[in-house]
Design a protein around this ligand. Structure first.
Ligand code: GLN
Length: 232
């Protein structure tokens, strides 16, 4: 049977910097697990993609406004988002964790955030989690559109911590970004590829079929290993 998306081109919105899922390499190309996955799935299913690195919140808004066909941006599948997006099968397990500067000897628990400010990124699960506990622990939140500005806010000393996804924290720390984790991970959650609710059902189906094919062929594991495996 002919794949209904074969030969079509889709605009895919993503975050600007969310390594190892999407980031620019030294030549300015957008690479990472999400980028390699969507390109490999497109190739497997015979469609093409036009990647738009808009920022996380902007990427979700673009899909909601039908200005982009889909989003892949380390986007967590949540019940609230399922009201307005249709998600693919989960493709990666993640979750929120706190990070502080490596040189910080003061903040070792959420209690130590009392009276301090925390940096979070617009529209993210990290921000939602920080909001859910800030009353209890007595800290305030400062919002940024992109991860680079959020991390810089802690480097300058204006904020004491960030709340971000743990695979992203682990990758950044291994790359020497000057941060460390001091608290446990929060509950796990899954990333999904998303389209606007009721829109692009054939693209969503093709993503799921392609993802399954990449898992069977070993290509999915190859992509993960490129960025986060023992060999990375
Ligand atoms: N996984 C988080 C979320 O969905 C963060 C995604 C991101 O910052 N790109 O909110």
């Amino acid at each position: 049977t002919q794949n209904p998306v074969a030969g079509q081109s889709f605009s895919i919105a993503t975050d600007v910097t969310f390594a190892p899922f999407e980031f620019q390499d030294s030549s300015g190309n957008f690479v990472g697990i999400d980028m390699d996955l969507i390109r490999a799935i497109a190739e497997d299913q015979g469609f093409t993609v036009d990647i738009s690195p808009l920022g996380f919140d902007a990427a979700l808004q673009a899909v909601q406004a039908n200005q982009a066909d889909a989003v892949i941006a380390g986007m967590t599948i949540t019940p609230a988002r399922q009201q307005v997006f249709d998600f693919s099968e989960p493709y990666f397990e993640s979750g929120v964790q706190m990070a502080v500067l490596d040189t910080d000897n003061e903040v070792t628990s959420y209690e130590d955030l009392a009276g301090k400010q925390v940096a979070v990124k617009n529209g993210t699960e990290g921000a939602t989690f920080a909001e859910s506990i800030k009353g209890q622990y007595g800290f305030t939140t400062q919002y940024f559109a992109d991860s680079a500005s959020m991390y810089d806010e802690v480097r300058t000393g204006n904020s004491a911590a960030v709340f971000d996804d743990f695979p992203v924290l682990q990758y950044g720390i291994a790359q020497g970004n000057g941060f460390k984790t001091v608290t446990e991970k929060e509950s796990p959650s899954n990333y999904g590829f998303a389209v606007n609710k009721g829109q692009n059902p054939e693209l969503l189906a093709a993503f799921n079929t392609g993802l399954n094919n990449l898992k069977s062929s070993g290509k999915y594991d190859d992509i993960l290993n490129t960025y986060i495996g023992a060999a990375a």
